[in-house]
Write a protein that binds this ligand. Structure first.
Ligand code: FO1
Length: 320
């Protein structure tokens, strides 16, 4: 069993590749839920939806979130009536939020709702939210105070300077039963997808049971760098690193994760960082990590799985 930890767009793209390389019995995708929020009385789970739409092949290719072939009648009327329209909900996308909200109100756990939605979209690989109870990213900025994640990310377009993050609810997060079984079962490797280290991956690692599982691991953890050539492929990761005083390079990301990661997959553009990252005690695979097409996602996933299997023999925690 390979367990992939995924956040938004970068995570979803590698997840697609992994589902082409591994059968459902050998791959579990754990998704960040700390971007979730309540808006217009709806419970919205952006990263779960991005992974779901991407795996179903119906993700909006331009926006990187929401659905393809979308229409925006609901948003335009809502705006005309004076409703909040900074967080754009497409007419087709809306159905997922209404259904998820209705089922949550009936007490159906988020992981069960996710399972039902995935099966309706004919997705066979298990996709599990990191928690069935709310975990919410709070963004601390240089203006003082805290922002809810979507306020920072969408309403304020990532403009504020960040000074730190907090994941409210992570200590008492309820790990879904399906995920608890995975944590107790045989695991070949964990793959951290190229998602934002601070706001997509860190929340998953903040869930107590997951953090303990990784600390006591007997399997290797591999990560694909979300930073290529000093920039994030998409989103504010590099900006956040600079604001937090980290080196916004693949080496800086490797230092950020420390000994939580045994092997790094970095892009050819960063091959000169292979030695410095190896000097940090990590294995490094240099390859093409830009997933512009599905074929490149599959090719990357294949190399990541091979790399993971090559590491299984000697992850530090199993070293004699
Ligand atoms: N991101 C935006 O930048 N603007 C939006 O209006 C927006 C709407 C939206 C609706 C549904 C959804 O699932 C995601 C949406 N996102 C939007 C992206 C979202 O903020 C991010 O995907 C994650 O929270 C960060 O990965």
């Amino acid at each position: 069993m390979i367990v992939a930890l995924a956040g938004g767009v970068g995570g979803a793209r590698l997840a697609v590749g992994l589902t082409a390389v591994l059968p459902p019995s050998e791959l579990t995708i754990v998704v960040n839920t700390a971007d979730d929020f309540e808006h217009h009385g709806l419970s919205i789970s952006p990263d779960l939806d991005t992974v779901m739409y991407t795996l179903a092949g119906i993700a909006n290719p331009v926006l990187g979130w929401g659905r393809a072939d979308e229409t925006w009648n609901f948003m335009s009327v809502l705006g005309a009536l004076g409703g909040e329209s900074w967080f754009r909900l497409g007419d087709r996308d809306l159905a997922v939020h209404v259904l998820r909200t209705e089922l949550l109100r009936k007490g159906v756990p988020l992981s069960e709702i996710t399972r039902r939605l995935m099966s309706r979209l004919a997705i066979e690989h298990p996709v599990i939210p990191m928690s069935d109870s709310p975990v919410r990213t709070r963004v601390r900025t240089s203006e003082g105070g805290e922002l809810a994640f979507q306020d920072y990310f969408v309403r304020l377009q990532c403009k504020p300077r960040v000074t730190g993050f907090r994941f409210a609810g992570s200590r008492k997060a309820h790990v879904p039963p399906e995920l608890r079984r995975i944590l107790q079962g045989p695991v070949e490797a964990v793959v951290i997808c190229p998602s934002n280290p601070y706001v997509s991956v860190a929340p998953i690692l903040s869930v107590g049971a997951i953090r303990t599982w990784l600390r006591k691991r007997t399997f290797p953890v591999l990560a694909v760098s979300p930073i290529v050539g000093g920039n994030a492929i998409k989103g504010p990761a590099a900006k956040m690193m600079r604001e937090l005083g980290a080196d916004s390079t693949a080496l800086g990301v490797a230092r950020h994760y420390g000994d939580l990661v045994d092997g790094w997959v970095i892009d050819k553009a960063d091959e000169k960082l292979q030695r410095p990252i190896e000097r940090e005690g990590r294995s490094v695979l240099v390859t093409d990590t830009i997933m512009k097409t599905r074929a490149r996602s599959v090719a990357l996933a294949k190399r990541v799985v091979e790399f993971a299997r090559s590491q299984a023999g000697h992850s530090p925690s199993t070293a004699s």
